[in-house]
Design a protein around this ligand. Sequence first.
Ligand code: ASP
Ligand code: MG
Length: 443
Amino acid sequence: MLVMKFGGSSLADGAQVKKVLEIVRAQAHRRPVVVCSAHKGITDALIRAARQAASQGIADAEPVVQRQKQVMAELGCQEDLLDAELGELQDLLRGISLVREASPRVMDHVQGFGERMSVRAVADFFTRSGLAAKAHDAFDLGFITDANFGAARPAAGFEARVQAAFQVQVAADVVPVITGFIGKTEDGALTTVGRNGSDYTASCFAAAVGAEECQIWTDTDGVMTSDPNLIPAARNIPEMSFQEAAELAYYGGRVLHPSTLIPAVRANIPVRVLNTNRPDHPGTVITEAGGKPIGDVTSIAYKKNQSVLTITSAQMLGQHGFLARVFEIMGRREVDVDMVSTSEVSVSMTCAPSVHLDRAVSDLGALGRVTVAHGKSLVCIVGRDLKGVHGLAGRAFSALGDAAIPVEMISHGANAINLSLLVDDRQVEFAVPALHHALFERA
Ligand code: ASP
Ligand code: MG
């Protein structure tokens, strides 16, 4: 079997879905399992509708209905194909507008309509185009999750459930078209795995059915040496290791959701990133071993809007266990820390801004003076063995120095797979091109 995941841009309109049909048809002999996101823009529109219902008491499903019906019309679907889902959405928005509140649980229910609708439209179109297909909600095929709304994870034993469900519900000659992004708890509440999470759903299914490959179809030629929107000279990376790809995804590489690789690594299933608009391009294949490195450095990713928290305390001087106390608080408050740097009397760390961070900051006040700076960007240079690269830091820092970009923090992982730097958000669009030029474009 082959898992093929198509993201929102691959399903943006009728013309895109037609490309997807031909891509899947060409692989029909490999027993494709298709995982779909919502059509581009629908998830955002659903979130806006729910927020408007909660904050202003206005239940307006029209933007979502219009957008979905437009795609359906382009695909020649019957107009009433999604009446059940659209009716349920209208009722739910009305409920939110009455109680004027949208809890994380309700938000997950609202967001899930995008995928529930897209799979039905896509399967209907495939079938009418001569490729027999059937729409499935992931939770009906065993994707049962915990109740961590907004970031749900599959419940223990879900793989066996998926296998059992496939036996009964998925015929060998009918392509299953499965919702990405959503699941259900044991007691029936709808959940989501987090924004952009359909990649993760795809690799969970790939692991569960023992797929030969998990394909992520997107709108770039696989994984690139940097964000092609920022760097026109960005190049495709033909092969990379799970470790490099995970590092990139986590540090803001836009192509893969950071959790995508976890199930694939566990089941050792290659993940291939491909371009729906150029299906003949080989894209990027991500495997345990990775391929021949393309150079000293594989890619440069960045993550904007990060915060830096600094604790300064004389208590640190000659003390044991100070960092343990700091990280105990960060752990208890559920703050993910990315980069850390310490001196004799202070420790700085970067993380995403959140209410968790605000709570941690107030607890950390007991340990020392705490300052928080916002609007910073984490820039991450990823490579196979950066430690062995002669003069890398020199080249990186002189490029930034020449461009007069101040570097506020540095970290070079001991695993030597990444070199991370912190710059101001206003500098990132200069910093990334300067680094890309120095590390990729200059021989
Ligand atoms: N539709 C969801 C989102 O926009 C999930 C996904 O696209 O992967 O975040
Ligand atoms: Mg995506």
